[in-house]
Every structure is written in C-alpha cells, then in structure tokens.
Design a protein around this ligand. Structure first.
Ligand code: COA
Length: 313
C-alpha cells in the first residue's frame, strides 16, 4: 500500500535531487532498506532491489514505484547475496535495464537471538555469509559501475563545485551498533557487523582516489521493523522505549534521511564514516538485549525461536 511521504522522507530535501540516477539495493524488500530506496525514488532515482523472497521483492518494488509517476523500480527475487553469480547476474540486469548504477545500498542481513551455546557452527556461518560475504559480493559486483559513475560526477578539485550532473559513485553498508559494547545472544551478528564496518573503511581508502565514497549507516532500534519485532518481545517494548535517550524509537524515515544526506551533495566529503542513527541509544548500556540477562543463561532455557526455521524462498 502506498505510504504517506512523511513516513519515509522529511520535507528537507528537494524533489528531483536524484533524477537520472540509479540505486541498487540488496535486502531491498526489508522495512529499513525499502524506506531508503523509497526516499531516493521519491527524489527522482530509479531503483533495482534484490532479495531472496520472489513474491515479496516484486511486490515491494511495485509499491515503491507508486511514489513518483514514471519511476522505474525493478524487484528481482531468488537472489542470494551469498552467491556471487546470483548477485552479479542481478547487477548485469540492472545496468542493462536501467542504464547504470550510481548508488549502492548493501542491506541484506540475517539475524536471530541465540547464545553461543545454542548457536550451531552452521548458524554462525550463515549469518557471516549473508552479512560479510554478501556485502563483499555486493561490493565486487557493483564497484566497476560505482567507479564509472564517480568519474562522471566528481566535485571539481580546484573550484570545489559539485558536478552539474549531480552525485554518483557512492555505497552505504547497513550495519548495527551492538558490537560497540557487546550484546549477549548477538555474537554472530556483532562479529558480522564489525566485519562490514571494516570493509567499508577499506573501500573508502582504496576507491576514494577514484571518487567513490563508502560509509556505514548504523541504525539503532527502529520502530515497526521485522528485526525489532522479532528481537524485542512486546512486553519489553515500553521499557525499552522509556530507556531511550530521546524517549522514542527511531523511524525508518530517520534512516532514509541519513541515506539521502550521504548520497546527495551534502555527503560529498563524507567517506569512511559510520553514521550512527540511534538517538544515542547505544551509549546507554542496557547490555541484556531483549532477554533476561544473566538469569536466562543460568536457567539453561532456550529461545523460542532457536529451532531455526528454514527461510522461505
Ligand atoms: N536460532 C538458532 N539457530 C538458527 C535460527 C535461530 N532462530 N535460525 C536459523 N538458525 C540456524 C539453523 O538451524 C541452521 O543451522 P543448522 O544447520 O546447524 O541447523 C542455520 O542457522 C542456517 O539456517 P537456514 O534455515 O538454512 O537459514 P539460511 O542460512 O537460509 O538463513 C537466516 C539464515 C538468518 C536468514 C534465517 O534464519 C532467517 O530467515 N531469519 C529471519 C530473517 C532475517 O534474519 N532478516 C534480517 C532482518 S534484521
């Protein structure tokens, strides 16, 4: 269902900011990434989103396309970021159908609560492969196109004037904040997100000379996302909200606005950064996450969700 603009984009940005630009996004049917893409499409971009679930990815793409008459938004399902070939085929199709890739959002991720005792080797490997290898595959498949776009959209190094053709050659990795302190039952995700942060920093250094910027957005607890709904039991929600420094959860609009900032001219000299969008949440060390720490560990109970459900394709 089409969303009101106020749900995914603030009024700060001018329409047409991303006209003739193309964004490629993994995990694009998810709540956060779809809001990021929706905001960019609203502001003029065309988009190519990929995901594992065919029906969901196609449906979300159609929905995003409603935000702007003439918007081209392609949703391609059955793409697993763990497979370079699968991802690369999607990239080839994106360039063939939409003409270029100016921006990339590496957003595909896997997450569930499990202590190390409950986490099988394969479960750990799955999250590492989806998050870290998936981000690397996304980078490898798209970087030639980002380099090409960056060359066309460089800020003039003498006058410091932006290119009249706008910006291009930018990548955002979606990470998290839970590895800044330490979060029980999220060891697998913490390790993976730390790897993603390190990858982004290296991209900034190695591709900066070619005009590409690379940054991380680290969302805090964002309301109405599948991640938060799954990881935070309803009965604990009120307590968590109360404990937030800004007295509220984040919104997907907060993340979308940060994305526009990094991709627009406002972000031209911002690279190798981690933009934490969490209302200072991580600085309050609640450490226990959503479980009753440490009683839960001592009890020997298992999380209800620990018997891993095979993700439906
Ligand atoms: N707790 C503990 N282990 C779990 C688990 C859970 N909740 N969910 C999956 N696993 C384990 C599986 O048991 C399996 O390990 P095993 O072979 O030793 O039994 C391993 O993880 C791989 O599981 P599989 O079902 O094959 O999933 P996958 O590799 O295709 O995908 C996820 C893994 C994380 C993506 C999947 O669990 C999932 O769909 N999660 C929900 C969606 C999601 O995470 N979205 C991100 C939003 S933040």
């Amino acid at each position: 269902m089409p969303l009101p603009k106020s749900d995914y984009l603030s009024d700060t940005w001018k329409d047409g900011l991303f006209t003739n630009k193309v964004v490629f996004c993994t995990g694009g049917a998810g709540t956060i990434c779809s809001a990021q893409v929706r905001a960019l499409v609203h502001l003029g971009a065309d988009a190519f989103i990929v995901g594992r679930n065919v029906e969901k990815t196609e449906k979300v793409a159609k929905d995003i396309a409603t935000v702007r008459p003439g918007a081209r938004v392609i949703g391609l399902g059955a793409v697993d970021v763990r497979s370079f070939d699968s991802l690369n085929n999607a990239v080839v199709r994106c360039v063939k159908e939409l003409g270029a890739i100016d921006y990339v959002i590496a957003g595909a991720a896997g997450n569930f609560l499990a202590s190390i005792n409950q986490l099988s080797v394969n479960a750990f490997k799955s999250v590492m492969e989806i998050d870290v290898l998936g981000s690397y595959n996304t980078l490898k498949a798209t970087i030639p196109h980002l380099v090409e776009s960056a060359a066309k959209h460089r800020v003039d190094s003498d006058t410091l004037k932006p290119s009249p053709a706008g910006t291009g050659g930018r990548i955002i990795f979606v990470s998290a904040t839970l590895h800044y302190t330490g979060t029980p039952f999220q060891g697998h995700v913490a390790v993976a997100k730390a790897g993603i942060d390190a990858l982004s920093n290296t991209v900034a250094l190695e591709f900066g000379p070619l005009g590409v910027t690379s940054n991380v957005i680290a969302p805090g607890p964002i309301a109405s996302t599948e991640g938060l709904d799954r990881l935070l039991p309803t009965e604990q929600k009120e307590k968590v909200i109360k404990s937030q420094p800004l007295g509220r959860l984040g919104s997907v609009r907060d993340i979308a606005d940060a994305t526009v900032y990094l991709f627009a001219d406002t972000g031209s000299y911002v690279s190798g950064q981690i933009l934490v969008v969490d209302g200072a949440s991580w600085r309050i060390s609640s450490s226990a996450g959503s479980a009753n720490y440490p009683d839960f560990l001592i009890s020997g109970d298992t999380f209800q969700s620990v018997k891993g459900k095979k993700a439906k394709l």
